[in-house]
Ligand binder design. Structure first.
Ligand code: GDD
Ligand code: MN
Length: 242
């Protein structure tokens, strides 16, 4: 399918304590989207960050306009998985792009993901750190091991046919994302892995674009030991039920 004038991209940015990153990521998204000429909106889902991220987002909305920047805050920290759902519910585009707001995902890859999606009419395009020119920068050995280990285990048990299962830089057709979300049982970080596994199960086509993931400079990761426990639990659940 070729580029359609009616196509619109809703870019979901979940934030928790990202006041220093948000202005830069929004500036970069606007730059790359405007340059490539796609219609888009940015939806910021802030979970009552104590650092005042929402106030920063409000300023950005004044600068870029209410059509470009939508604010859909929530009252407390409710987790990444439900933040996507919340943003999805409020989106007006027919395509949804999900990415981190901490500059680990560079917006320069968005036009590449869109171009690949259009060229093959993929249902999902996933950014991958584990193929071609993709990679991870700035993670310590432990974090790399966790990510590699999670991917390896999942590849082994579920054979999902995608190279980066835990990444969260992805482009979806909106109706496909809605169906995937409805079929997923997990919350939190595991969500990404289940989404791509379910996509294959349901017969959706998945394309991949190599991306470089650069560890955040400002602020802290929210991934903790309990997330790793949840991941393994969910993986075994999926293995047993699919
Ligand atoms: N609204 C909301 N609520 N946003 C959240 C929450 C939450 O509870 N928790 C995290 N976020 C936001 C962060 O502000 C950031 O924009 C994004 O979600 C990712 O969170 P990080 O804490 O930076 O994640 P990470 O760098 O440790 O993990 C990344 O790599 C993982 C493994 O590859 C993310 O891309 C994960 O999704 C990925 O699974
Ligand atoms: Mn991060």
């Amino acid at each position: 399918m070729s580029s359609d004038d009616a196509d619109k991209y809703s870019i979901l940015l979940p934030t928790y304590n990202e006041k220093d990153n948000l202005p830069i990521i929004v500036w970069l998204i606007v730059k790359f989207m405007d340059e490539s000429g796609y219609d888009y909106e940015i939806i910021i889902i802030d979970d009552a960050s104590p650092d005042g991220t929402l106030q920063v987002a409000e300023k950005l909305q004044k600068i870029y306009g209410k059509e470009k920047i939508l604010l859909r805050p929530r009252e407390k920290k409710l987790g990444l998985g439900t933040a996507y759902l919340h943003g999805l519910k409020h989106s007006t585009g027919n395509f949804i792009l999900i990415m981190d707001a901490d500059l680990s995902h560079h917006p320069k890859f968005i036009p590449q993901m869109i171009a690949l999606r259009e060229s093959c009419d993929f249902d999902v395009v996933s950014g991958t750190r584990y193929k071609g020119s993709g990679g991870v920068y700035g993670w310590d050995f432990k974090r790399k091991l966790i990510s590699r280990g999670a991917n390896f285990l999942t590849q082994l048990l579920l054979r999902p046919g995608a190279s980066d299962l835990t990444g969260s830089f992805r482009l979806y057709k909106k109706d496909v994302l809605e169906k995937l979300v409805a079929s997923c049982v997990s919350k939190g970080y595991v969500f990404q892995m289940e989404m791509i596994v379910r996509a294959r199960q349901l017969g959706y086509s998945v394309g991949e674009v190599p991306i470089t993931f650069v560890d955040r400079v400002y602020g802290e990761s929210k991934l903790g030991g309990s997330e790793i426990f949840h991941f393994v639990k969910a993986l075994l659940y999926l293995f047993a039920t699919t």
